[in-house]
Write a protein that binds this ligand. Structure first.
Ligand SMILES: Cc1cc2nc3c(=O)[nH]c(=O)nc-3n(C[C@H](O)[C@H](O)[C@H](O)COP(=O)(O)O)c2cc1C
Length: 226
């Protein structure tokens, strides 16, 4: 299958991407998949100007020619899109949100009421074959509500969706934390294998991936300097 990874961390040593990389290792164990990683921070993707020129043209492209349109082509061609990003102010980093906003050429102005009562724009392209996996890291320990706004946005924007939201991810780049970080990376690798076999993750696997590496109390104590 074709896998498009949208890496939304602006950092060279992304905590979140370590998880994504481990997942990809498991997913592509046999080298059978075509994996394209786009480091979104390196792309010139301007904010959407809201002109709706795309909806007049109906070509699945933005009317502005920056780095976006080739990514939209890859987006439509993908079987799996992995959005890998750190949580920023309860949402996604702004350069990645700019890309998400600019997927609007892929839908039409026409709307439809869904069975669950939500309202969507009708699709211009075939989204039914596209699976989405969100891998989101964050700096806080686990607390109710930290990921809620981001999860709701993703639920409304993506179909065939699995989300994995991992607390305490800065520990992934702390050598002294390897004793708890390495087992988590191993679980991500295994989850990649599971995804390859079934194109989804079970709730049990997701819970296993989201389990904090250490307790919130210990994490806060370490962050605050012991
Ligand atoms: C501007 C900014 C906003 C952030 N907002 C949140 C937040 O709302 N919740 C949270 O838990 N962590 C937040 N963080 C922490 C990052 O999510 C955390 O450091 C993450 O591990 C960085 O991942 P990366 O190395 O993949 O970029 C924020 C960090 C920055 C720089």
């Amino acid at each position: 299958m074709k896998v498009l990874v949208l890496n939304g961390s602006p950092k060279k040593q992304s905590d979140t991407f370590r998880l994504t990389d481990a997942f990809l290792k498991g997913l592509n164990r046999n080298g059978e998949h075509e994996v394209n990683v786009v480091n979104v921070i390196e792309k010139n993707i301007a904010p959407c100007r809201g002109c709706f020129g795309c909806w007049q043209q109906k070509k699945g492209h933005c009317v502005f020619e920056d780095d976006l349109n080739p990514i939209l082509d890859m987006y439509c061609d993908a079987d799996l899109i992995i959005w890998s990003f750190p949580l920023y102010c309860y949402g996604m980093p702004s350069h990645l949100k700019a890309l998400l906003d600019r997927t609007i050429p892929l839908v039409k102005m026409d709307m439809e009421m869904m069975n669950d009562g939500t309202v969507r724009h009708k699709a211009l392209v075939d989204f039914s074959k596209i699976h989405t996996l969100v891998i989101c890291g964050c700096g806080f320990p686990n607390w109710e509500g930290n990921f809620d706004a981001m999860k709701l946005m993703c639920k409304n924007c993506f179909g065939n969706l699995n989300m994995v939201c991992v607390p305490e991810t800065p520990m992934l780049n702390v050598p002294a934390a390897a004793v708890v970080a390495d087992p988590l990376l191993a679980r991500f690798e295994k989850a990649g294998e599971e995804y390859c076999a079934s194109m989804t993750l079970t709730p049990e696997t997701i819970a296993d991936l989201e389990r904090p590496m250490i307790s919130a109390e210990d994490y806060i104590r370490n962050v605050n300097g012991g």
